[in-house]
Design a protein around this ligand. Structure first.
Ligand code: MD6
Ligand code: FE
Length: 207
């Protein structure tokens, strides 16, 4: 582990290739039960370029009418979100330094052209827990800013199997994904990655 800045911990290759494959099989089941959605922006209604679903008790949703929020059910199937894979709960227990389990795992699926603009994760009621993120698939160029949007930022790559936590003084730092680095796509075969792409999982406390 390296604490690259206060509260920003990067665990390179936390999940080895066998674990990445096992996790991908779990996510194939999650997505089969809770199909990917295209969230839209609260005011403009513009679509995000990532598609999303969730597992765990709560899931993050966004649309023009109702904005960012957490809900217990998939909006199209009406079913509760699938349970969080044990491997993710174990990673949280080991790394989060927090006495309660995560309540939500947001699954972000990036096609080759998808990106994620700079944002803070602040739809949660409690900022004392970190957010733990897991990357699978293609590498990406990740941008980490400060707690103000105007603060300077740095970039580094996130690769398949890496875990990143933002906690403590870094919990509300801006961050985003400039673009995927498809030339570095991994050896993970999955129908989900038929056209390349990347999955990012973020485990959160919500309430
Ligand atoms: C991504 N990650 O890696 C986007 N949020 O695709 C996030 O938005 C993120 O990596 C909170 C904490 C860690 C993260
Ligand atoms: Fe985020």
């Amino acid at each position: 582990m390296s604490e690259i800045e206060p509260g920003v911990r990067l665990y390179r290759g936390y999940f080895d290739e066998a674990a990445q494959r096992a996790l991908l099989r779990e996510l194939e089941s999650v997505i089969a039960a809770a199909p990917l959605l295209t969230p839209t922006m609260p005011r403009s209604g513009l679509p995000f370029s990532v598609r999303t679903t969730n597992c765990g008790p709560l899931g993050w949703l966004s649309d023009q009418a109702r904005g960012y929020r957490y809900e217990a059910r998939h909006p199209e199937t009406g079913e509760p979100w699938p349970p969080m894979p044990r491997m993710l709960l174990d990673a949280w227990e080991k790394l989060a330094d927090y006495p309660h389990p995560p309540e939500a795992c947001l699954v972000n699926f990036y096609g080759p052209e998808a990106r994620m603009g700079p944002h803070q994760d602040r739809d949660e009621a409690d900022f004392s827990a970190p957010i733990l993120s897991v990357s699978l698939g293609a590498d990406c160029r990740f941008r980490l800013g400060g707690v103000k949007r105007s603060d300077s930022s740095r970039v580094f790559a996130l690769s398949s199997g890496d875990v990143l936590t933002l906690g403590g003084p870094a919990r509300l730092r801006f961050h985003g994904v400039d673009r995927l680095l498809p030339e570095l796509a991994p050896k993970l075969s999955s129908p989900l990655f038929a056209a390349g792409g990347r999955i990012n999982l973020t485990l959160r406390r919500v309430t």
